[in-house]
Ligand binder design. Structure first.
Ligand SMILES: Nc1ncnc2c1ncn2[C@@H]1O[C@H](COP(=O)(O)OP(=O)(O)OP(=O)(O)O)[C@@H](O)[C@H]1O
Ligand SMILES: [Mg+2]
Length: 358
């Protein structure tokens, strides 16, 4: 551990607020490594606190002068051969000013093969939300997507690289399926029995669990990014414009007749995404003969940034109602903080693990 890391580490152990209140972080952290955002959850004074960073970067030409300015302005960056890569939310600011799109170190939930600088960039983004371990081998659970059922890749390389970063930093790192993290976060009162779905940026993740044991889990490579790309094509608008509109203004409760062309296209692709995910769940249950016999109907928890717009849960329930779904459903609930659910679930897993091993 470097001197600086050590100093930050001890600060994390015991700290005081301006009002001289003692700040006591509990051991164990949860990390959601997502295609669009990276979130960290930790418990401080029995409250869960979150830190988030956009999982994106933007390159500018290298010059000593520019590097100096970025350094002074506390902008996070990585040096490439003759480029400077600005990372996180600052990348969005640069993209808006210079015109152009940010790039992503992850694609469809895993490290992007197309981005040669992806590894140092992800490492820096993770370090910007995750403090150094507050004790040697502090447990950190990190999310990984389930096996993709409609794409030709696995998550083994991705999982090992992220684990390696965290271990190098002094954590005891453990992977956690993203859908199961949703269940850990929201289904304690149901004895961790039910279905968790995370509609993210690169993927939608699904897990069905009985008392915290996964019956099955999988991911599909269609989610928020796919919606943005398709809507950009049919409306002939830049993707970033569609994303900004979707994140800030989309209301799926609006009547079709009062929708603009962009809203209508977003609405069509949202419906398609929900239908597609429910179809994949049906296939998983029926075709593979995995119909589990639950004693009582199960709850379904919906989470993730793509589930955030107003009216999403109503759309989901409406489409589920029209589907001959193979499982008896007690209720469909939106997670209270859909963007933070996976990080919170990973934190719960870390705290439970620490209690077990102590
Ligand atoms: N307020 C919002 N309304 C609508 N969409 C949103 C909102 N905030 C974020 N999004 C969208 O949600 C997606 C990101 O969600 P999330 O942070 O859950 O994904 P991720 O975990 O980074 O990705 P993945 O799980 O697929 O690897 C993006 O498509 C983003 O545009
Ligand atoms: Mg996610």
């Amino acid at each position: 551990m470097t001197k600086q890391q050590h100093a930050r580490g001890s600060m994390a152990k015991e700290n005081r607020t301006k009002t001289n209140k003692l700040v006591l972080p509990q051991m164990g952290k949860g990390l959601d490594v997502g295609t669009a955002f990276i979130y960290c959850a930790q418990k401080i004074n029995s409250q869960v606190s979150f830190r988030a960073q956009r999982d994106a970067f933007f390159d500018v030409e290298y010059s000593e002068f520019t590097q100096g300015i970025l350094e002074k302005s506390n902008v996070k960056y990585v040096l490439g051969q003759d480029k400077i890569y600005v990372v996180g939310s600052d990348a969005m600011k640069f993209a808006n000013v210079f015109g152009g799109n940010t790039r992503r170190p992850l694609k469809s939930g895993v490290i992007s093969a197309k981005e040669t600088e992806a590894l140092p960039i992800i490492e820096l983004i993770i370090k910007s939300v995750l403090e150094p371990p507050a004790e040697k081998n502090e447990i950190c659970y990190f999310s990984v997507p389930g096996p993709p059922i409609d794409a030709d890749f696995d998550n083994i390389y991705h999982q090992n690289i992220i684990k390696g970063f965290l271990e190098k930093w002094g954590y005891q790192a453990k992977p956690l399926n993203e859908g199961l993290a949703v269940i850990f976060s929201e289904l304690a009162e149901d004895n961790f029995t039910g279905m968790g779905i995370s509609f993210g940026g690169g993927m939608a993740n699904v897990c069905l669990s009985l008392m915290s044991a996964p019956v099955f889990s999988f991911s599909v490579a269609k989610a928020g990014d796919w919606i943005d790309e398709q809507v950009a094509i049919v409306t002939n608008e830049p993707i970033s414009k569609i994303t900004t509109f979707k994140e800030n203004f989309l209301n799926l409760k609006k009547s079709e007749s009062s929708m603009t062309k962009t809203e209508h296209a977003l609405s069509i692709y949202y419906d398609h995404l929900i239908e597609y995910v429910l179809d994949q769940i049906k296939k998983e249950v029926e075709e593979k003969g995995k119909i589990p016999e639950f004693e009582t109907p199960i709850p379904i928890i919906v989470s993730g940034g793509t589930a955030n717009p107003q009216g999403f849960i109503e759309r989901f329930k409406e489409i589920l109602g029209k589907t001959s779904f193979p499982l008896k459903v007690k209720e469909v609930r939106m997670a209270p903080h859909p963007l933070y659910t996976v990080a919170k679930g990973a934190l719960i897993a870390a705290i439970a693990d620490r209690k077990r091993t102590n």
